[in-house]
Design a binder for this molecule. Structure first.
Ligand SMILES: Cc1cc2nc3c(=O)[nH]c(=O)nc-3n(C[C@H](O)[C@H](O)[C@H](O)COP(=O)(O)OP(=O)(O)OC[C@H]3O[C@@H](n4cnc5c(N)ncnc54)[C@H](O)[C@@H]3O)c2cc1C
Length: 456
């Protein structure tokens, strides 16, 4: 069977491609794996998605959904070939309703575009993965994306009220709705959120919007050690502050930023916290003042406070530049987005320091301290050398063993995809794996949806 000809005749040649350049562009995400699909289908309607899946299901042809391809774990890489279902073109914001506080969107809408559109109407869509300028709402839903604002506002799941999903056999189901509460039956919306394209294809989402907080402040604080900064995180929360973001960075990350971004925007010290507060003008101003005093008492070396969007974003330039700064070191950056119970934050930082000493790789830590979700970046020179790659595997095994033993999660927000597949059997019990397989079998008995990932 010629897959291209069959699909072109089923769906029309305008949305089906076997152009090598397109196949290559759809073979990878922002992780290291790649595999070419045979065909890329770029639907514009739910009906086309349904027809495609019904056809593929009958013939057992693999279908891998793709949003923007900004994943960090190889989740949309079509490792078994077949069809990439590229949803970027289904990118209409169908509705923003002020009275109901909802937006209805297609899956290809870019997260940052939605944030901007709702903000223009003084509404707020809080989920803010650092990839927000590029990642899609469909990808965010399929990975249950998080970001700095999770501490106060929660993850993507908390903003998905309703979904339209096409099942593996082409059936179109509508789940949930546009009410902010809904307890009619099982939480099937939750079942699809975070399912990494393995249970169904999201073709529409109804999202919860909040009133836009009118004021924002950011505080940048530096410390002489990562332990002091991590201890300050606990103090802030135990003193009753609930920042909208509470981000930490270690010495290696700051040094890389000093070299790449310029010394001027990186304060002195070996560790850094960036704290955001939002709400009404007066309470935000007052909280920023009292929190600054609290930070002084925890031993902060430097403190800088900004008020208003533009000034806050200037402080955030540092945080947003960490990834690029680490890449600019020339070392390969293996970003492991582990999460530990928040009380173990200091311990995790110390563990990462020990890992560095034992294996000789620099380990750069930064991320969402308030959630205990830290990007532990193992930085590797000459990663392709056999002895180096073996040592990397050992270091990562040790990291994940520690995280699991400490009651943590091997991934806080990126998902399992291909990158974390190796540690999935250790991270959950055999009973949990069996339950996942039961669900998968019920919804995708032939196994066409994103095969080759953590359930196969
Ligand atoms: C620089 C950078 C920073 C990042 N920061 C963060 C962060 O702060 N927080 C965070 O959570 N993640 C972060 N990520 C990871 C990534 O951006 C998120 O996982 C994001 O949700 C991926 O969206 P995407 O549209 O690119 O999805 P893709 O990479 O295209 O796909 C991701 C997964 O979703 C599935 N999928 C996509 N669309 C659909 C659909 N419509 N229906 C069903 N399944 C679908 C795919 O099959 C795949 O399994 C970052 C990535 C980068 C490169």
């Amino acid at each position: 069977m010629d897959l291209y000809l069959a699909l072109a005749s089923l769906l029309g040649s305008e949305i089906v491609s076997q152009d090598p350049v397109k196949l290559e562009a759809n073979s990878r995400d922002k992780w290291f794996a790649s595999h070419s699909p045979e065909v890329v289908v770029a639907p514009t309607t739910t009906e086309q998605v349904s027809r495609l899946l019904r056809w593929a299901n009958q013939r057992q042809v693999p279908v891998t959904a793709r949003g923007s391809g900004y994943g960090y774990v190889g989740g949309c890489v079509p490792v078994k070939g077949g069809i990439v279902l590229a949803l970027a073109g289904m990118n209409r914001i169908k509705e923003i309703d002020l009275a109901d506080g909802v937006a209805v969107v297609e899956p290809g809408v870019i997260t940052g575009d939605l944030q901007r559109e709702v903000k223009n109407r003084r509404l707020f869509y809080p989920p803010d993965p650092a990839s927000f300028k590029n990642s899609s709402i469909g990808g965010n839903i399929a990975t249950n994306a998080g970001g700095p604002r999770c501490l106060k506002y929660g993850v993507t799941r908390h903003y998905v009220l309703g979904l339209e999903v096409v099942l593996a056999d082409g059936t179109i189901v509508r789940l949930g709705g546009r009410t902010h509460k809904n307890k009619t039956g099982f939480d099937l919306v939750g079942l699809f959120v975070g399912s990494e394209g393995m249970l169904g294809v999201v073709t529409e989402a109804t999202l919860r919007l909040l009133p836009l907080p009118p004021a924002r402040a950011s505080i940048s604080a530096s410390f002489s050690s990562i332990e002091e900064a991590a201890t300050a995180v606990q103090t802030i929360l135990l003193e009753g502050y609930l920042p909208s973001a509470l981000e930490i960075a270690d010495r290696f990350t700051l040094e890389a930023a000093r070299r790449y971004l310029s010394r001027r925007i990186v304060p002195e010290g070996e560790a850094h916290l960036l704290i955001d507060l939002d709400g009404h003008e007066e309470p935000v101003r007052l909280s920023a003042e009292t929190l600054t005093n609290l930070l002084k008492s925890t031993g902060a070396l430097t403190l800088e406070t900004a008020h208003g969007e533009a000034a806050c974003e200037k402080l955030w330039d540092l945080r947003r530049g960490f990834s690029e700064s680490l890449k600019a070191t020339g070392l390969k950056k293996l970003n492991e987005d582990v999460a530990v119970p928040r009380g173990k934050l200091v311990e995790l930082m110390q563990f990462a320091g020990g890992l560095q000493e034992r294996y000789g790789f620099p380990v750069a830590c930064f991320g969402h301290a308030g959630d205990g979700n830290i990007h532990v970046n193992v930085m590797v020179a000459e990663p392709d050398k056999k002895d180096v790659s073996e040592k990397v595997e050992q270091a990562l095994d040790e990291l994940f063993r520690y995280v699991i033993a400490s009651g943590g999660a091997i991934t806080g927000e990126h998902g399992i995809g291909l990158a974390k597949k190796r540690w999935w059997p250790q991270a959950v019990s055999p009973e949990t794996i069996a339950l996942h397989q039961t669900v998968k079998l019920a919804l995708d008995p032939v196994g066409i949806l994103n095969p080759g990932k953590f359930l196969s």
